[in-house]
Design a protein around this ligand. Structure first.
Ligand SMILES: Nc1ncnc2c1ncn2[C@@H]1O[C@H](COP(=O)(O)OP(=O)(O)OP(=O)(O)O)[C@@H](O)[C@H]1O
Ligand SMILES: [Mg+2]
Length: 487
């Protein structure tokens, strides 16, 4: 069956194109065409945004591209056009293409030079050196394009005008740091010398639990975009299936893979799936661009999670509700989720995910003042310190400042099972939320006696799921006819 490409595959996140700036994207597109691989729509989109020109200086606006896309979408091919254009911008430019190992980079480089030599651009080359260790394409303008391996780098080897780190999911954080420490300090002088802003590109499919450089980078950028932050000189583009959606649904993959229909057809997609066999997580990563955190079995079935998606409740129309609060392992964040009464089943909805725990008491006070709703929090585990603060806090009249749900340790152990059972019966729904959807995909069980609890291992820590669990528990145990309180 031949299917047409999904028109206009939408990225999960994308720095918007600023129409007030002209862009060098069309020039990169010309180079791509000359190399025999005219840009696919998504490749052009990236080049148009990342290629925006600062009207004040006439050089690139962005200095950093973070690009994450599925396997076999044309990432490396786009980089080649981009690097070639960069080397042609002016004389004596220094362009680097880095892959995981020197061997990977050399193989890519050989393919690139073959492509270059066969293309309309061939007359622009002065010399191609293919001997290991000193591989280099030198152009007539004196610019060089060279490959390198990240794992065998000394850290000071890659200085210049453009640095691409392909497949950077494989980079450990310390290696990335030493590469950046070598490159970044030299960029100011290069910019002065050449008038062109040096650029660095991190380009990769989502990684694994070992991606200690790329995972936090992606998490940070997504959170900042969610919060509406301006990312400054960083351009961020992120393609993949929606977080929490089903990677086994080939239609879902097809409509979110920007190479689908251009570089492979639907029958091939089926074959690709079959090649992954039992490796569901590997498949989800390669063709869904969902991080493979090493969780073999997710506790919440993907189809169930999708089926129980509910409405977003506007704060003004929220009726009876209860807040659930959970602190992430290591106190790195505090999730606040509300379970809200509706005409249909109650809906759990993320209210806030705060960095750390310091701001949580104040935020919870504001919420309680506004909604007059109880707070359900686990008195043990990573939330214990915050729970103590809330439990011991009194107002000027020595009355408890927070209205806490009476969650006993024995209740905390049954709450996750109750949450899952109610989801299975569609007796509770969840409002769409990026963080909650993501965590629903990684949440795993750990046994505690005969019952199970949410795992708090780093790769499956899911504080928003935990907070949703507690919000629902608190909600279902709220006193229906509690005496009115004075606030
Ligand atoms: N614009 C294009 N026009 C024609 N063919 C293309 C284009 N972009 C990519 N391809 C082809 O699609 C295949 C995959 O491209 P590429 O290797 O660049 O993808 P990738 O995203 O880097 O893949 P991987 O994740 O496996 O490294 C290659 O055979 C490449 O030649
Ligand atoms: Mg590639």
């Amino acid at each position: 069956m031949t299917r047409r490409p999904t028109p206009d595959v939408k990225p999960r996140y994308c720095t918007p194109r600023n129409p007030d700036r002209v862009t060098d994207g069309p020039r990169e597109a010309c180079i791509a065409e000359a190399l025999g691989t005219p840009f696919l729509p998504w490749q052009r989109l990236v080049s148009d945004v990342f290629g925006e020109i600062d009207p004040d200086t006439g050089t690139y606006w962005y200095d950093t591209l973070v690009l994450t896309v599925q396997r076999q979408a044309g990432k490396t091919t786009r980089e080649r056009a981009c690097e070639t254009r960069n080397a042609l911008w002016g004389p004596n430019r220094r362009v680097w293409y880095l892959a995981q190992t020197g061997k990977d980079a050399s193989e890519q480089f050989r393919e690139y030079t073959t492509q270059f030599n066969k293309s309309l651009l061939a007359p622009l080359a002065r010399q191609v050196r293919l001997s290991n260790g000193s591989m280099c394409l030198t152009l007539r303008n004196g610019s060089t394009i060279r490959p390198g391996g990240t794992t065998d780098s000394t850290g000071h080897g890659f200085q210049g005008d453009s640095l691409t780190l392909d497949e950077c999911w494989a980079l450990p954080a310390d290696t990335a740091k030493s590469i950046l420490d070598g490159f970044l300090p030299t960029t100011t002088t290069r910019m002065k010398l050449t008038g062109v802003r040096p650029r660095i590109t991190f380009c990769s499919t989502e990684g694994t639990a070992k991606s200690t450089f790329f995972n936090p980078k992606l998490d940070e950028l997504r959170a900042r975009m969610d919060a509406g932050d301006d990312l400054g000189r960083t351009c961020f583009v992120d393609f993949g299936i929606p977080f929490g959606s089903d990677p086994e649904d080939l239609d879902n993959i097809w409509s979110h893979h920007p190479g689908a229909g251009w570089l492979f057809d639907f029958d091939q997609l089926r074959d690709f799936r079959d090649q992954f066999g039992d490796d569901a997580a590997g498949w989800a990563r390669a063709f869904g661009n969902i991080r493979d955190t090493g969780i073999v079995e997710r506790a919440i079935d993907a189809a169930l999670w999708e089926d129980t998606t509910g409405p977003v409740i506007a704060p003004a129309s929220a009726g009876r509700l209860c807040f659930g609060v959970a602190v992430a392992m290591g106190g790195t964040g505090t999730a606040i989720v509300a379970c809200i009464d509706t005409d249909g089943p109650p809906v759990v909805q993320v209210v806030d995910v705060l960095p750390g725990i310091g701001d949580a008491p104040q935020r919870l006070r504001e919420l309680q003042d506004t909604y007059h709703a109880p707070i359900c929090i686990d008195r043990r585990g990573p939330s214990a310190a915050l729970a103590d603060v809330l439990a011991n806090s009194v107002d000027d009249f020595d009355a408890p400042r927070y209205q806490l749900a009476d969650l006993k340790p024995a209740d905390a152990v049954t709450a996750p099972q109750a949450f899952l059972s109610m989801l299975e019966q569609h007796a509770v729904l969840h409002a769409p939320d990026r963080q909650l959807d993501h965590e629903a995909g990684i949440a795993a069980k750990r046994m505690s006696g005969d019952a199970w609890l949410w795992s708090r291992k780093p790769e499956s820590n899911a504080p928003t799921v935990e907070a949703a669990t507690l919000a629902l528990w608190g909600y279902t145990h709220m006193d229906d006819d509690a005496p009115p309180r004075i606030w």
